[in-house]
Design a protein around this ligand. Structure first.
Ligand SMILES: *Cc1c(COP(=O)(O)O)cnc(C)c1O
Length: 360
């Protein structure tokens, strides 16, 4: 068996020890004689798996006691609708900061339910920066302020937490959750799909301050009503049980790496290998402002795009896959989530140097 270095933006690489443990437990979880996939979500085995996953996540992120952790479905794109349905709380409008493709999707969807005020945008930089906080035109009456903490496509990440006063801050954290510690108490709600840093697609994590619950629009589907899900321990409907089990294994793996401080240090080291090299040569370029560069998704361009196909082919031959950039921005993108080992990044940089030597 050969495992490749998978630089996919998502679904993305998972830690190998997690996949091995899941394989070992596939037919018989802990002597139950069943696969986790075959268990009732209301049985004691799965309830223990669910409770442990939630407890681990709470511990890793130091989630305050007055926040609910919900394991839902629908992905982050689903949440783009579910957030306004639940979080308008009788108000008419919400503030959104536009930093790229994922922000744009959130804005477009929210406009079906709310008056959206785009409080700031970095479109003038072609979404290669975060608009400085002083430039945001926030409405004190807004139901919430929405940001995308890491633009997976553009490779733009907040390395600071915006202060938005008493209005709840909401963040799509799909592609940088658990890549570093975060102060959950600064947010009213964070949400993310699992398939970048957590586990299989299908599971969606929502962490929400409990005083914000209970004001959902009447049209909100019950399965997507945070208050109803919170009252039912995320089991109002059948949750994505197998994805929750894998997420729990990933949380345990993160804990075994030393928790989020250690993971963040590792991620900084990995990203620096790539960015330092990109900055050292004119053969490649990173389009993103230095203070907003993502540690998870590293877009870059070759100085001559006619070489793109040869670059990708050569990488593939060495077992480095999914390096093609998103069609909306072109070029290359290396996604280096928690599970990407530093050896994978080293191998990529070595290949890039080699490619430059041959074609530069
Ligand atoms: C991947 C991603 C999404 C989309 O998630 P789905 O599971 O496809 O709904 C949304 N936002 C961000 C920041 C993402 O990285």
């Amino acid at each position: 068996m050969t495992r490749v270095y998978n630089f996919s933006a998502g679904p993305a690489a998972l830690p190998e020890p997690v996949l091995r443990q899941a394989a070992d437990e596939m037919l018989d979880w802990h002597g139950s004689g069943m696969s986790v996939m075959e268990m009732s979500h209301r049985g004691p085995e799965f309830i223990s798996i669910h409770a442990e996953a939630e407890a681990l996540l709470r511990k890793l992120l130091a989630v305050p006691a007055n926040y609910k952790v919900l394991f839902m479905q629908g992905g982050a794109i689903g949440e783009n609708a579910i957030v306004p349905m639940n979080m308008l709380r009788g108000r008419a409008s919400a503030d959104y900061v536009n930093t790229g493709e994922w922000s744009k999707k959130s804005i477009k969807e929210a406009q079906k339910y709310a008056k959206v005020n785009v409080a700031a945008s970095s479109e003038d930089t072609k979404f290669t920066a975060i608009p400085p906080r002083e430039s945001w035109k926030l409405d004190p009456q807004a139901a919430y302020v929405h940001i995308c903490s890491n633009e997976t496509i553009g490779g733009v990440e907040y390395h600071w937490t915006p202060d938005v006063g008493d209005v709840p801050l909401i963040a799509d954290v799909s592609s940088d959750i658990l890549s570093r510690p975060m102060d959950v108490a600064r947010y009213g709600l964070i949400y993310g799909g699992a398939q970048k840093n957590i586990g299989p697609a299908g599971l969606t994590i929502v962490i929400v301050r409990d005083d914000l619950l209970g004001g959902a629009l009447p049209i909100t589907p019950s399965a997507f009503n945070y208050a109803e899900q919170a009252a039912n321990d995320s089991m109002l409907n059948t949750p994505p049980t197998y994805a929750i089990y894998i997420a729990g294994l990933v949380f345990k793996w993160i804990e075994a790496q030393g928790g989020l401080d250690a993971i963040a240090e590792h991620n900084r080291t990995k990203a620096a290998l790539l960015y330092d090299y990109l900055d050292s040569t004119a053969f490649y370029a990173s389009p993103v402002a230095k203070d907003a560069r993502s540690l998870m998704n590293v877009p870059f361009r070759l100085h001559d795009e006619a070489l793109d196909a040869a670059f990708l082919k050569g990488a593939q031959a060495l077992g480095m896959l999914q390096l093609k950039g998103h069609r909306s921005v072109g070029g290359m993108r290396a996604s280096i989530y928690n599970a990407m080992p530093i050896e994978g990044v080293r191998a990529l940089v070595a290949y890039m140097k080699d490619f430059e030597a041959k074609h530069g």
